[in-house]
Design a protein around this ligand. Structure first.
Ligand code: NAD
Length: 357
């Protein structure tokens, strides 16, 4: 199948990507390549050991460690990290972790233009985008800036073997969501579509093998490959209904990020499949079946993903308010976004009903 389009604009960031088990041991080499000698190593508190391990392995090239990265990049944490950057005269950032740690590195880079090396340990894909989401006074805002794009990404399959199985599944569905929405993005191009299809194919092939054996390095490597492609595509094209809904539920009801993606994805894709069935056909072809949303629902069920908004802690009484908030600020989507349509979608996601489309 050809993804050729008659008119398109394509733009890619200049990023150096290295793959392979043990690649985390190449950080010192990469720092020298960047001409850096005073790295600040970043992580969440939960992954402080990993950050300390990196600092130890790069020895004198490590000028400091900051282990307070948090979900949704709170500006207060960034400001604290900025003081640390100034104190130790950091000339490079090394972020080891998931989207939260990558987010802190990006927030510092946005303010300083310091180069970044990211060593991802989830499939969220933030390392591959110039996008930064930040939270201040309970409000999340998002920006896109070339300064934010990390210069080097080291994908090391050994680091994801320890990602708990539930997080593995929800993080993978978070990545798949970027690719699925990229298929109908208004600013898609043949390259973004090819990346999206290949990213989903990698997850469809490798995720069942990872679930069967979380320590399978080849399968873990292939899921990281999928994460790279899906993240890259997120950085290239705009998202629509699914990401907006996740944003609404995450922000207004404090639902967990990756889990919310996992539960909503089949329903959001089914909603749009009615409008653009031909653009979403690859989703059904990759995950099995004839209907894209139903195929994703069946795949997520087989992978043991959370399937209901109820189990994420949303109250049924909040569905009306969620539908109101989600229709407040209009945005582009391939299918018209109506209050009634979203209320039905949320009801199906709340109860975990399999979508028809
Ligand atoms: P996360 O980074 O918040 O990680 C969740 C928890 O799991 C953390 O405590 C983390 O330390 C831990 N963890 C990470 N990897 C682990 C591993 N291998 N083993 C054990 N524990 C591990 O979660 P995430 O889903 O990767 O990232 C979510 C955040 O990233 C959100 O804030 C989201 O908005 C953002 N994000 C941004 C972009 C972008 O392009 N800007 C893209 C995707 C996600």
């Amino acid at each position: 199948m050809s993804y050729f389009q008659r008119d398109f604009v394509a733009q890619s960031a200049s990023v150096r990507v290295r793959f392979g088990p043990g690649t985390r041991h190449e950080i010192a080499d990469e720092l020298r390549r960047l001409g850096a000698s005073r790295a600040l190593v970043l992580s969440t508190p939960q992954q402080a050991d990993a950050a300390l391990g990196v600092a130890e392995s790069i020895g004198a090239l490590a000028a400091g460690v900051f282990t307070r990265a948090a979900m949704h990049t709170p500006v207060a944490v960034t400001e604290e990290a900025m003081r640390h950057v100034a104190d130790i005269k950091a000339d490079c950032l090394v972020a080891i972790g998931g989207g939260s740690t990558a987010g802190l590195g990006k927030a510092i880079a946005y303010r300083t233009d310091l180069p970044q090396i990211v060593v991802p340990t989830t499939y969220a894909g933030s390392e591959a985008t110039p996008i930064l989401g930040q939270t201040e006074k309970g409000r999340k805002t998002t920006l896109s800036d070339p300064k934010v794009q990390p210069e080097v990404i080291l994908y090391d399959a050994e680091l994801v073997t320890g990602l708990p199985v539930r997080m593995t599944v929800t993080s993978a569905l978070n990545a798949i969501a970027h690719a699925a929405e990229a298929l109908y993005a208004r600013d898609r191009n043949p390259l973004s579509t090819a990346l999206a299809v290949e990213g989903m194919r990698a997850f469809a092939a490798a995720l069942p093998r990872v679930i069967a054996d979380p320590a399978d390095l080849d399968a873990r490597g292939e899921t990281l490959y999928g994460a790279w492609l899906c993240g890259t595509v997120l950085g290239q094209v705009g998202m629509a209904l699914h990401h907006k809904l996740c944003h609404t539920l995450g922000g207004s009801f404090d639902l967990p990020h990756a889990d919310t993606h996992a539960v909503l994805l089949p329903h959001a894709i089914a909603y749009n499949a009615a409008a653009v069935p031909e653009l979403l056909a690859p989703v059904a072809a990759i995950f099995g079946g004839t209907e894209p949303g139903a195929a994703l629902h069946a795949f997520a069920t087989r992978m043991g993903a959370p399937m209901t908004l109820a189990e994420l802690g949303l109250a049924e009484a909040d569905l009306d308010r969620a539908a109101d908030i989600a229709t407040q600020n209009p945005y582009w989507n391939p299918a018209p976004v109506t209050r009634e349509g979203l209320r039905d979608l949320l009801d199906a996601a709340y109860h975990g009903r399999a979508p028809r489309h």
